[in-house]
Design a protein around this ligand. Structure first.
Ligand code: 6PG
Length: 469
């Protein structure tokens, strides 16, 4: 049984086990590897036929079982573990073999590993995999980056196991080096933004319109059948319905309001700052997770300051405004993330085609949404669109919903309901669409106190003024 299995997978945790079973379902033979003997046996049992799915705790057995060039995917925690697994594999590999890191690795780590493995004759891929455990089993969105020629060996398997949007696979070669990990990082940044928005709209409906959990469920389900159709709106509608096993109420009301994070949203924000690309809807989503973590301080401050009494709004009116505002702010969040991708592509030489990115996000991943079909069309019409807001097809969508965002942001401010994602999206929109901003004053201030110079509207050149009288 030597060198026959089509695909190898290291890391048989939930994601790994589901992914390898998905590979086997699609007619490929697959071999797993994990240090944990229980995970190895569990996979063998679930796989049913050892000729199709087998596994071992031994790296040598694993490597010997794989057809060449070996296609080995790692689904292990990002960070040091990836380096350790690579080192363990290396003595058993041959030139031309392929290692694919399927975790949320930081893109510079991927570049480092890519350069290192090149010296060993190994092709390395960073491939973001989105869709959680269910996605891994039934069809994830996969974002691979690496050597274009070597991708041909991986392509048939990835295309078979990925989610399909109207028959089209939600996977495509994205670009060299860390292009895949970078795209996945920004995917997660957008994910943070959309999650923040769906959660604050829930707060608004609850506090401003007294929506019960049943009403929230039906509102979000209704929205999911319209232009807001998306995985996150869908699961949020289901969350409101979930009964609690431990009390008589709904589970959502018993969950502690402190959100954790593994870092991908923060990386997106940090890197956007480095690139000089504004992504405030993502930044604030990261900050809100940080504010949420300060639960004890928030409780103290709440007692110290209190908040305005909420003046309730008519339910139907609020629901309509909320739908429009959520749609508006979803568009703004995608616009920011895609803007970052377009810029990063130039900076890091990824040669990304944003149409392809939008296409492979239409199904399988966490940020899949009906809106992505429109986004794909917008970038098809203009491949080099710098920002979605400049697409003629988006003007009407934004114009017809921005007023709802204005009404709700001012309603939230008056009534003490925090709507940071929505207000940041609105402010971004107002600033991005202003041909004249007050930053002329900042330039004047810089020149005043530091002789930093300024440019003028009416003539070319660099100027300095002796401001002090
Ligand atoms: C996905 C997700 C996934 C991520 C979780 C948790 O696309 O399937 O992005 O990769 O790990 O969303 O992320 P946080 O712990 O940072 O919220």
């Amino acid at each position: 049984m030597k060198n026959t299995y089509d695909f190898g997978l290291v890391g048989l945790g939930v994601m790994g086990r589901n992914f390898i079973l998905n590979v086997a379902d699609n007619g490929f033979t697959a071999f797993g590897n994990d240090l944990d003997a229980e995970k190895v046996s569990a996979l063998i049992e679930e796989g049913g036929d050892k000729n199709k799915v087998d596994a071992s705790t031994e790296v040598s057995t694993f490597a010997a079982a794989l057809a060449k060039p070996r296609r080995i995917m790692l689904l292990v925690p990002a960070g040091k573990v990836v380096d350790i697994v690579i080192e363990n594999l290396l003595p058993h590999l041959d030139e031309g073999d392929i290692i694919i890191d399927g975790g949320n690795s930081f893109y510079t780590d991927t570049d480092r590993r890519d350069a290192y493995l090149k010296t060993k004759g190994i092709n390395f891929f960073g491939a973001g995999v989105s869709g959680g455990a269910k996605g891994a089993r039934r069809g994830p969105s996969i974002m691979p980056g690496g050597n274009r020629e070597a991708y041909q060996h991986v392509k048939p398997i990835f295309e078979a196991v990925s989610a399909k949007y109207k028959g089209e696979p939600c996977v495509a070669y994205l670009g060299p080096k860390s292009a895949g990990n970078y795209v996945k990082m920004v995917h997660n940044g957008i994910e943070y933004g959309l999650m923040q928005l769906t959660s604050e709209i829930y707060d608004l409906l609850k506090k401003g319109g007294d929506f019960s959990n049943d009403e929230l469920h039906s509102t979000y389900s209704k929205w999911n059948k319209g232009r807001l159709q998306s995985f996150l709106v869908e699961i949020t509608s289901e969350i409101f319905e979930q009964e609690d096993d431990l009390t008589d109420g709904r589970l959502v009301d018993q969950i502690l309001d402190k959100a954790k994070q593994k870092g991908t949203g923060k990386w997106t924000s940090q890197n956007a700052m480095d690139l000089g690309i504004p992504v405030p809807s993502i930044d604030i989503a990261v900050s809100m997770r940080e504010i949420s973590a300060l639960k004890e301080e928030r409780v103290q401050a709440d007692a110290l300051y209190g908040r305005p009494k909420v003046a309730h709004m008519d339910k139907d009116k609020l629901e309509k405004l909320a739908e429009e505002a959520l749609y508006f702010s979803f568009i703004i969040t995608y616009a920011q993330g895609l803007h970052q991708l377009a810029d990063a592509s130039k900076e890091y030489g990824y040669e990304l085609d944003i149409t392809v990115v939008a296409k492979i996000w239409r199904a399988g991943c966490i940020i899949r949404a009906g809106l992505l079909a429109d986004i794909t069309e917008a970038f098809k019409a203009d491949k080099n669109l710098p920002n979605l807001l400049l697409s003629p097809t988006f003007v009407e969508k934004v114009q017809s919903t921005v007023d709802a965002a204005r009404t709700l942001v001012s309603y939230g401010a008056t009534n003490g309901i925090p709507l940071p994602g929505l207000s940041n999206s609105l402010t971004y929109f107002d600033a991005y669409t202003s041909s004249r901003l007050p930053l002329n004053v900042i330039q004047a201030q810089r020149d005043y106190f530091g002789s930093h110079t300024y440019e003028r509207l009416d003539r070319e050149g660099v100027f300095h003024t002796e401001w002090e009288k």
